[in-house]
Design a protein around this ligand. Structure first.
Ligand SMILES: [Zn+2]
Length: 285
């Protein structure tokens, strides 16, 4: 069975063990739309099997939220056109001819081209045979936004940027008011020290608010109602504003944020402040 968001939008939850992200399916009258390909052909096939046991119209398109391995390495298992933002294609083109054996992966980690966490997860997900990793390039490319009509239901793919990846794309289903977020709210992980920047974080929050969604689904989390998600966005905005005001004075940032939120910061929020500090330190260099 698939997990249900609305009568026409379903998903398969993320799995932490090998960093498998959420996969989604949006059903129109005669065709459906797949959100993200899975982190391996095995992950994709697991989803395809689930879909085949439900009353879901045949998948006709696949949309990518960004190029990172966990969202794209399942592409070769899907026999349908893939739609992606320009930067996603560029990201995939860069890694297309990489080798994925231990030696090559370890070397790229040393060179700072690969994240240690991702290398470990790739080794775990493809424990037996990494020669099956085949990176394909998307067939349809859009610069900012594109709408796919599924018959009685549409998917709006929109590039929202942010620190995690410049090509981060969210997928909105206006008829159901569901927003698939991908990883757009995560920090930039492809840096020696993970970071957020106020310049990219605040505009991203503004864009996410504008959809008027009622259900939000992060790429590695559980669905959130608007009431909960919007409050989280407001709290994150307060933290970013505190960074904007106090700059590299970390204790000052924490003090301002605590005052605005009228409470102590959670460990995740303290980590967020740390990531903003890393972002400021990068700017200095
Ligand atoms: Zn990612």
């Amino acid at each position: 069975m698939l997990d249900k968001l609305t009568g026409n939008v379903f998903y398969m939850p993320a799995e932490e063990r090998t960093d498998r992200p959420v996969l989604g399916v949006v059903c129109g009258k005669n065709r459906s739309f797949i959100i993200d390909s899975g982190n391996s052909p095995a992950h994709a096939r697991q989803f395809i099997k689930k879909i085949s046991t439900c009353r879901v119209p045949p998948p006709r398109f696949l949309g990518l939220t960004h190029w990172h391995w966990d969202h794209t390495f399942g592409m070769s298992a899907w026999d349908i056109p893939v739609i992606a933002q320009e930067e996603t294609r560029i990201g995939l083109e860069k890694i297309k001819d990489y080798d994925w054996d231990d030696e090559a992966l370890n070397k790229r980690v040393e060179q700072g081209l690969e994240i240690e966490f991702c290398a470990e997860m790739i080794k775990k997900e493809f424990a037996w045979d990494r020669s099956q990793i085949r990176i394909e390039l998307p067939e349809m490319i859009f610069p900012d936004r594109v709408t796919v009509d599924l018959g009685g239901r549409t998917c709006r793919l929109e590039s929202v940027g942010g620190d995690h990846d410049p090509g981060s794309t969210v997928i909105f289903i206006p008829e159901d008011k569901v927003l698939f977020l991908g990883d757009c709210l995560a920090p930039d992980l492809y840096a020696p020290e993970w970071y957020y920047s106020v310049e990219r974080f605040l505009p991203l929050l503004e864009k996410l608010k504008c959809f008027g969604a009622e259900i939000f689904l992060p790429g590695h989390g559980n669905p959130l109602e608007a009431r909960v998600f919007n409050r989280e966005l407001e709290e994150w905005e307060e933290i970013a504003r505190a960074v904007e005001k106090m700059g590299e004075d970390k204790e000052g940032v924490v003090a301002v944020a605590k005052e605005k939120l009228c409470r102590e910061l959670s460990s995740e929020e303290e980590e967020m402040v740390e990531f903003f500090m890393n972002g400021l330190a990068r700017r200095e260099n």
